[in-house]
Ligand binder design. Structure first.
Ligand SMILES: *[C@@H]1O[C@H](CO)[C@@H](O)[C@H](O)[C@H]1NC(C)=O
Ligand SMILES: *[C@@H]1O[C@H](CO)[C@@H](O)[C@H](O)[C@H]1NC(C)=O
Ligand SMILES: *[C@@H]1O[C@H](CO)[C@@H](O)[C@H](O)[C@H]1NC(C)=O
Ligand SMILES: *[C@@H]1O[C@H](CO)[C@@H](O)[C@H](O)[C@H]1NC(C)=O
Ligand SMILES: *[C@@H]1O[C@H](CO)[C@@H](O)[C@H](O)[C@H]1NC(C)=O
Length: 490
């Protein structure tokens, strides 16, 4: 898989944000990367930036070790591929014992939620998890209750916004309803959530409404009134919707009301904006999106159907993940507020003080020596199948997305030889500069002069753990493959 990381050269201005009391923000910490910073470095990055809540996609031991003793409120997860297993109660009890009870001690992990599955009703899954999700949810909550955690730890199911929509003939939020094929399971699910006192969790991505839809009015994806050509509002009775986030959220509120649970608490499991891999995936637009989002969260403005509601939110995501599948688009590896080595990309108001500032970078990152792997200048260039095969090998295992059109090393920044060097180096760094990772059948050589050209940066790796699991990762999670937005605008 070609990867990503058109990392925009960002100026590293470190400003410690003024600490202002605001509702704690959460963030998603995904780990689909060829290399991972040590969990303790990551936990400190969270704390340094004022994150008091984090959502992870499993209950990985290393991640949990990083979070232990920090007090950070944590949402752990039962991955989709375990849903069928925990639909058996004995197995659910084991999961809770091993992944919740084990960390429930002074100095352990402050677990508050268990996400049962991740977007299990996503249309793209063809109903694969429809029958097991509700039993899994019921079992996990029961196991939590029986183990004595039930008061503090709630099981929830993060769903994609594609589980609800409005009828094409009446495309307004107040007409929201659950998608016909999942209306039954969704209703059963929200009844369980209501009974246990757990919130429903939904992932909402205004970026995906825009992606691949040239008719979507750009301004409607944001929360500000920038731009003279401000999109006309969606008029819904006495309410005018001026941004897709509110419209989407209220479509869900209406769908809940329709099945009798209009007051069920809803939290946002994922929301964010990527910085590369698409014409709208830029640091400038990400900055604009977060600025508006964080301002209204701090103001507790709520939405038209839930005015003044405190909405709990987990941003997506903490770091770029260079081993994610690019099936949804090249942007998929660029959702991080930080690069994979912990450098912030744009200013953010993480503490609700009203003043965006550059987030605090990861501290204590140890870089590998300044060494790069490039195409041996003596190697024959074009028309060489062996070269093409080796480049293909490297790009299948490391991130070559910066070579793509519109990315930092695309559009003629490099010639064919430069391309090969880029690929070789990406692989070499992802392998922690192992000597054997810069051979490529004798075509490659290690150099100590930086081959970077302008904005096209050849990276130097950092000390961290390699993710041998990267290949297994591909189908495991997609952050919202499809955004449900059937609101026809204008
Ligand atoms: C606990 O979580 C880990 C990591 O997600 C998983 O590999 C393991 O199977 C889980 N334990 C049980 C008993 O299901
Ligand atoms: C869902 O169905 C489509 C079309 O039949 C198929 O291409 C796709 O692989 C299926 N996806 C899953 C996750 O089963
Ligand atoms: C939701 O839960 C509350 C509190 O347990 C209960 O009083 C209420 O009847 C439930 N709502 C529905 C529609 O079942
Ligand atoms: C809503 O928008 C319509 C059309 O742009 C406008 O005529 C109306 O005054 C607006 N209503 C409110 C309450 O802002
Ligand atoms: C470099 O690689 C990219 C991505 O594979 C490709 O689109 C581009 O044409 C290549 N450039 C040259 C000069 O070979």
């Amino acid at each position: 898989m070609p990867a990503l990381r058109c990392v925009l050269a960002s100026v590293l201005v470190v400003v410690v944000a003024a600490a202002a009391a605001a509702d704690a923000l959460g963030v998603n910490w995904g780990t689909m990367s060829t290399r991972r910073l040590p969990p303790k470095v990551m936990a400190r990055l969270l704390a340094d930036n004022g994150f008091r809540k984090v959502k992870i996609f499993d209950a990985d031991e290393r991640t949990m070790e990083g979070l232990a003793g920090t007090g950070i409120e944590t949402m752990v997860a039962v991955p989709n591929d375990l849903l069928a297993a925990v639909a058996d109660y004995a197995r659910a009890r084991e999961w809770v014992k091993e992944n919740v009870t084990r960390y429930a001690f002074d100095g352990g992990v402050n677990i508050r939620f268990v996400a049962v599955g991740n977007e299990p009703f996503l249309r793209a899954y063809n109903g694969s998890f429809d029958r097991v999700t509700v039993p899994a949810l019921r079992n996990i909550q029961r196991a939590l209750d029986e183990a004595g955690h039930g008061g503090a730890v709630k099981a929830t199911v993060p769903v994609n916004a594609d589980v609800y929509d409005s009828p094409p003939g009446n495309p307004v939020p107040s007409a929201g309803r659950f998608r016909a094929d999942v209306a039954g399971v969704m209703t059963e699910m929200v009844r369980l959530l209501n009974r246990s006192g757990a919130p429903l969790t939904v992932n909402i991505y205004p970026f995906l409404s825009l992606y691949g839809n040239d008719d979507f009015p750009l301004d409607y994806a944001f929360f500000d009134d920038a731009g003279a050509g401000k999109a006309k509002p969606v008029v819904d009775g006495r309410v005018n919707y001026t941004n897709v986030f509110d419209a989407n959220f209220d479509t869900l509120v209406s769908a809940l009301k329709r099945v009798g649970f209009g007051r069920l608490p809803v939290m946002i499991g994922e929301v964010g904006w990527p910085t590369d891999g698409d014409k709208h995936a830029t640091a400038a637009l990400a900055e604009r999106f977060y600025k508006g989002l964080l301002r209204r969260l701090a103001a507790r403005k709520g939405t038209p159907l839930r005015p003044n509601a405190r909405i709990e939110v987990y941003l997506f995501g903490l770091m770029d993940e260079d081993a994610k599948s690019v099936a949804p688009g090249n942007f998929e590896r660029h959702w991080g507020l930080f690069t994979s080595d912990g450098r912030p990309k744009f200013p953010l108001d993480l503490r609700g003080g009203g003043r965006p500032a550059m987030p605090v970078p990861a501290r204590g990152v140890e870089y590998l020596p300044r060494r790069w792997c490039v195409l041996n200048p003596d190697a024959a260039a074009g028309g060489d199948d062996r070269l093409a095969g080796n480049v293909g090998y490297a790009c299948g295992r490391a991130d070559c997305t910066p070579l793509g059109y519109g990315c930092s090393c695309g559009g003629g920044a490099l010639d064919a030889r430069g391309n090969a060097s880029y690929a070789f180096n990406a692989y070499y760094q992802s392998q922690g500069q192992a000597e054997s990772a810069c051979d490529f059948q004798g075509l490659a050589v290690v150099v100590d002069k930086d081959p970077s050209l302008g904005a096209c940066k050849f990276s130097v790796g950092f000390v961290g753990s390699g993710a041998a699991a990267a290949a297994a990762v591909v189908m495991a999670r997609t952050a919202a493959v499809a955004a449900a937005l059937l609101l026809v605008l204008l």
